[in-house]
Design a protein. Sequence first.
Length: 492
Amino acid sequence: MSGTFVGMPAFPEAARDAVRDTTLRGNLRHATHTIRAKRAQAVAEVSDWVELREAGKRIKDHTLRHLDRYLEQLEESVTAAGGTVHWAADADEANRIVTRLVKETGEPEVVKVKSMATQEIALNEALEAQGIAAYETDLAELIVQLGKDRPSHILVPAIHRNRGEIREIFSREMGEWGRPAPEGLTDTPAELAEAARLHLREKFLRAKVGISGANFMVAETGTLVVVESEGNGRMCLTLPETLISVVGIEKIVPTWQDLEVFLQTLPRSSTAERMNPYTSTWTGTTDGDGPRTFHLVLLDNGRTDTLADEVGRQALRCIRCSACLNVCPVYERAGGHAYGSVYPGPIGAILSPQLRGTTSEIDASLPYASSLCGACYEVCPVAIDIPEVLVHLRERVAQGGEVTRDGNKVVLKPARGHAAERAAMRAARWAFARPGALRTGQRLASRTRRLHPRTLPGPGRAWSGTRDLPPVPAEPFRDWWQRTQGGKGAAK
């Protein structure tokens, strides 16, 4: 990936500042609880949700196992339909390809439909450096762009803003980007939406180049799919003369029949809708209908390295529904900016450290940005075991070991600051391998529990500074079991 947000600290420091922002916490609590409740109701309507979830998992796993074959099939299908396929190994190469393609059109501006892949590679900044203006057309992305802000949610990038803040942004900034906001604009949703519609309409009508992402790519036909709720995607995908789509290589599915599964699970998990208001599909180019030129940029940027990890590769199943964010107690309190990545929340905590590596302070901290409560796994429509991957990545950070980076096997050194953790794990391993020593230690801890401090000393302060130290029971479980015959004696 192109790197973390500029100037971002590690997660614990960023989260500490975020939880002090009462307005932010109020905005997040209201939004996530609302989306969570609606999603639960929408999912409950489907009698075979468990089967759909398992089908999505199996389709994704099968595709990832045969990714090379399906990507080649996709390229053949797109080319046969009149499109051109480009392969980008990393962010820099993707940005060079897109910038060159836009420059070849001679156009000074582009319109964009929401794409996390282009945020991941910082495409807007790369285009701006070459004198090309990129206009976001998703309502939430527009709010973020006008406010000179960063996205904080996968589905609702401006979730950290309330209506009053949005009104102020529109009134202050719209005139600098195009059509100004109407005089006397209020913070009612209808007026804010109308202001955005009028502002964007002039950009849609004059744009010659559109840039998109894709939710899915169908290998057998070369079809790309975008699902959205506002219609901005439909405008970006049909009105420009040239369309450039930047898509991660993991977004592929083999067949239209496979696509059917995700068109049922994605809308219910993301917007709590039975189906998306706008589902746009396009296959190459067609005379007299839509863009005359279509380019597909297939983005790796750490994905094949992630694929090489047998535990971590399940993160590539992600269909970007954001359900895990809406149930996560950590995200609800810290918000998305604390993760220092375009992928916030639980999925970001496992995806970003794999795409970018764990050598930076912020990426090394992300696997610890979780309580391991498991709520994210329970709601994931493709059954990504996020807690399992978090523990796997924590081991990588604390212990180091062999990983794949840029296609090569390298050995990571343990991250700094984890010496005490490694020592504690070695001590635990020694004790658990010796039942007698473990029994003696448990009895000693129980008999001296009145003398135990409420917080840990030394390096342990980092753990107990934000948690209650669990009290030691008056009697070890093993002694209780022997004394009560497994509870039978206690019942008498």
